[in-house]
Write a protein that binds this ligand. Sequence first.
Ligand code: SF4
Length: 362
Amino acid sequence: MPSAKTNIKSLTRQELREAVAGLGEPKYRADQIHRWLFSDRVGDFERMMNLGPNLRSKLAQRFFIPSCSVEKTQHVSETVNRQETSKFLVRLHDNATVETVLISSGNRNTACVSSQVGCPLHCSFCATGYMGFTRDLEASEIVEQAFLANDRLSAHTPANRLTNIVFMGMGEPLLNLPNVFEAVDTLTNPGYRFALSPRRITISTVGLAPQISEIARSGLKAKLALSLHAADQEKRASLIPVAREHTLDSLCHALEQYVTITNEPVTLVYMLIEGVNDTDRDAKNLAGIGGSFLCKINLIDYNSIVNINFESVKAQRRDNFIRILVDAGLHVTVRKSYGTSINAGCGQLALAEKKAAVSRPY
Ligand code: SF4
């Protein structure tokens, strides 16, 4: 039976303050409750020991504390770069699922978190784009993915902890900016569990120009990565449909503004796909864009997805591409796809689960 109680974690910090004031309690109680929920991560009002029995009882009558759980885990160890990749299918309180990926290499433990259930943008190379869109994640559900990844780390080595977060999982984070801002605020709170430096958080977007300007003006210190994937308008629009609305020109203008306001470089992520965006002309176009504002270029291999007819490029082609960028004086890093054997690209595990559920005989 549906609960008439309110999900306390769905409230913004301001809404929580108002709700606590509505219970006739001083506002500082809201900060205590927020800490119990998002730093101590308690799942029961009775454990909020500094609140007093009366308030605990009032909270339990009005609210419930939702929980998320890891439904499925896949793991792969890659010997070449000594990288461990784990992928979690996370079941949310309303039964929706998202994916979280944990990548560990050396001292760096990065959680790749989702920001939406599915995605409305339908990029042609992305498994999530084939799932459709269900809803935005709440800030608490983004933070919980960090906790779940951290649980996995500390289960192996108690001192091990999350060091970085990237918003590169399912969904377009710039379509859910208020919740992304609130989650980053919690994850970077110096008095809370993770206390991450904002510089260890990267927000990745396929490029929504007005929201990039909004981030620049917000003062948020997280890093920005743009999934460029093609450096001419027509090709880009064929890979990323929303690029028809947010053209390369408008995007480059927003990025120039971003760099001017923040004085921080943007990472341009470029996924090389054989026969699609891998010619010398493509590399020269990319060099032209990369030379127009402060940026780094991150080349990645396409991570093959079942039923999508794209291939990763051959080594020789990739080397040519890199040489053109380096000769143009650009800062280029090359990243191998991670966790290919467990479909670690965004949306692939959830898509496989969805297809399995659809084809299951009942
Ligand atoms: S690449 Fe990102 S924005 Fe595009 S469909 Fe996938 S999740 Fe959505």
